[in-house]
Design a protein around this ligand. Structure first.
Ligand code: S3P
Length: 190
């Protein structure tokens, strides 16, 4: 039989899933996958799990059902994932903005905000059409507005790591350092 999961309030930092939050384009998925491999933990991507559960893409969910239906699905999926065994979780940029999703992350996760400036984010989102919030005539203006709205909330994350120009592995290293300092991984881990 599977051992019973500890209640959220009893979880120490080293038992919590590592939850990456931050804006579109900051590299949560790429960085999360590498971090998970390094820590020998499973990697999960919330947007991908939502798409699996819904049977269609995030863009289609927004177009067919609207953003608030997407946020409901996102909240359910993230809560379910965080009930499972420890893992590294990349969340979509809006997840931590939803108060109930944020509560679920605070209860069972150790959150890491990947912070970057607008130039870097705009460089990284490129021209792919897979971000419904940026499908408008002024994606840069939208990104600036999201920075203003979201950064004060992302700042509630347990840890903040800056993502600058350069290889993703540099960010991975900074996260490992921050997680060690927070007691979320032991010193003999990489
Ligand atoms: C969103 C970010 C996207 C995705 C959806 C909404 C947001 O995820 O969840 O398009 O509100 O910032 P990424 O941050 O992985 O692009």
């Amino acid at each position: 039989m599977e051992p019973a999961l500890s209640p959220a309030e009893n979880l120490g930092p080293a038992q919590r899933s590592i939850v990456l939050v931050g804006l579109m384009g900051v590299g949560k998925t790429t960085v999360g996958r590498r971090l998970a491999a390094l820590l020998h933990l499973p990697f999960l991507d919330a947007d991908h799990e939502i798409e699996e559960a819904a049977g269609c893409s995030v863009t289609e969910i927004f177009a067919r059902f609207g953003e608030s239906a997407f946020r409901d699905g996102e909240r359910r999926v993230i809560s379910r994932l965080l009930e499972g065994p420890r893992h590294v979780l990349a969340t979509g940029g809006g997840a931590f903005m939803d108060p109930r999703t944020r509560e679920a992350i605070k209860a069972r996760g150790i959150s890491v905000w990947l912070k970057a400036d607008v130039d870097l984010l705009m460089d990284r989102v490129g021209r792919k059409g897979n971000r419904p919030l940026l499908q408008n005539p002024d994606p840069r203006g939208t990104m600036e507005r999201l920075v203003a709205e979201r950064y004060p909330i992302y700042a509630e994350a347990d840890l903040t790591v800056e993502s600058r120009e350069g290889p993703h592995d540099r960010v991975v290293k900074s996260i490992v350092h921050a997680l060690k300092s927070a007691g979320a991984i032991s010193l003999d881990e990489p």
